[in-house]
Design a protein around this ligand. Structure first.
Ligand code: AP5
Length: 211
């Protein structure tokens, strides 16, 4: 079985998708991370992503660019292995492209729900490593400034600035909610309460997958 993680920005889908991939010895397919890496590399496509993020509107990357990038990455996957998708598809149009690219393989959708208050707190206090991308929660409060994995500087993600967070959440409602409704109508959706601590959320996912 393959899994798609959905949830608003800051819901913890990246955190939980990585944990599930580790547990299942599956491939973790993190779209946002791959796009940020492409931007860091400064490729043509990466520069286009960066231009969109620089506008600070919280918008998604346009479909044609996402499909060019993601479909290519999917074609490189070993499709005999289980894959955990984080951040793709996230619109009805992307879901259509996904089914074709992923060769009609079966999947279920894990939808993480979190209150607006928690989303804002998590995103505004998140820091990431400027080199390896490792995520640190509440690093600004704990005072941690250096990555404990590679020793590089921690930075705030460009889209975690307060003025962009709200816009990203609005974009999520507009673009991704219709996809959630669609997956629900297809009986593919597993709803998870993402408000409790990370380990508790992980446990709920595990229990629901074993149901
Ligand atoms: P992306 O990087 O995917 O960002 P996102 O969807 O906004 O999600 P986040 O990474 O912010 O949050 P998350 O839910 O993964 O939470 P996390 O686990 O980090 O995409 C960024 C941008 O790229 C998009 O805006 C778009 O422009 C573009 N893009 C990407 N995919 C695209 C696509 N398919 N189409 C078009 N454009 C696309 O957790 C957040 C924080 O909370 C962390 O610090 C974590 O430690 C902490 N935390 C997690 N769980 C808990 C918990 N239970 N309790 C307390 N803290 C927790």
């Amino acid at each position: 079985m393959n899994y798609i993680f959905l949830g608003p920005p800051g819901s913890g889908k990246g955190t939980q998708a990585e944990r599930l991939a580790k547990k299942h010895h599956a491939i973790y397919f993190g779209t946002g991370d791959m796009m940020r890496e492409e931007a860091r590399l400064g490729t043509n496509l990466g520069q286009k992503f960066q231009e969109i993020w620089d506008k600070g509107t919280g918008e998604l990357i346009p479909e044609d660019l996402v499909n060019e990038f993601v479909i290519n990455k999917i074609s490189e996957l070993d499709q005999n292995q289980e894959v955990i998708f984080d951040g793709y598809p996230r619109s009805l149009k992307q879901a259509e492209a996904f089914v074709k690219a992923f060769d009609e393989k079966s999947f279920r959708v894990i939808n993480i729900n979190v209150s607006l208050k928690n989303l804002i707190e998590r995103l505004s206090t998140r820091r990431i490593c400027s080199k390896c991308g490792k995520v640190f929660f509440r690093a600004d409060i704990s005072g941690q400034k250096i990555c404990d994995s590679c020793g590089n500087k921690l930075i705030q993600r460009q889209d975690d600035r307060p003025e962009v967070i709200k816009k990203r959440i609005d974009v999520y409602q507009k673009e991704t909610q219709p996809l959630i409704d669609y997956y629900k109508s297809q009986n593919l959706l597993i709803d998870i309460n993402g408000n409790p601590p990370i380990d508790k959320v992980e446990k709920e996912i595990e229990e629901k997958l074993n149901d």
